[in-house]
Write a new protein. Structure first.
Length: 154
């Protein structure tokens, strides 16, 4: 199964209907995705994978394209310091390459947190499992479908 098909299937299983758009250009970075989708960088969802430093448990943080994750602020929410994961570990864990990590359809279930700033928009754009595939969705519906806890990431 293609990774974009896995994203569609996971969305449907969560009660979310999406239209995956495969773009002619890269959507690997938030800036590239914003240009391809004719939207603001703030409306792009970055799907960032971290590992809890003590327990080793993976965490998915859905972040507005203009924001960075403040690891100290997230430690207060998550209860542990966060550690970055390398591209190979992210791919093994999720089945997605960096630049195409989707908020849905990971090979491994992930505790998910979502940037409160994304909730200001009617719709946001997220990666759909490939570095040129995206989907548009209501942030409220995305949070519900992923079981995300809404937090301030910075």
């Amino acid at each position: 199964m293609r990774s974009t098909d896995r994203v569609r299937a996971a969305a449907e299983a969560a009660g979310l209907t999406l239209q995956v758009r495969e773009m002619p250009q890269s959507t690997r970075t938030a800036e590239d995705a914003a240009a391809a989708c004719s939207t603001s960088v703030a409306q792009i969802v970055k799907s960032l994978i971290f590992r809890k430093a003590e327990s080793g448990n993976p965490v998915l943080i859905l972040v507005s394209g203009v924001n960075r994750v403040d690891q100290e602020a997230m430690k207060a929410v998550i209860g542990e310091k966060l550690a970055r994961m390398d591209a190979n570990d992210v791919r093994a864990l999720t089945g997605f390459a960096i630049g195409g990590v989707a908020p849905l359809g990971s090979l491994t279930p992930l505790a998910t947190f979502m940037d409160n700033d994304l909730m200001a928009f009617d719709t946001v754009w997220a990666a759909a499992g490939a570095p040129n595939a995206v989907f548009e969705v209501s942030p409220k519906l995305l949070a519900e479908a992923t079981g995300a806890q809404i937090v301030s990431v910075g």
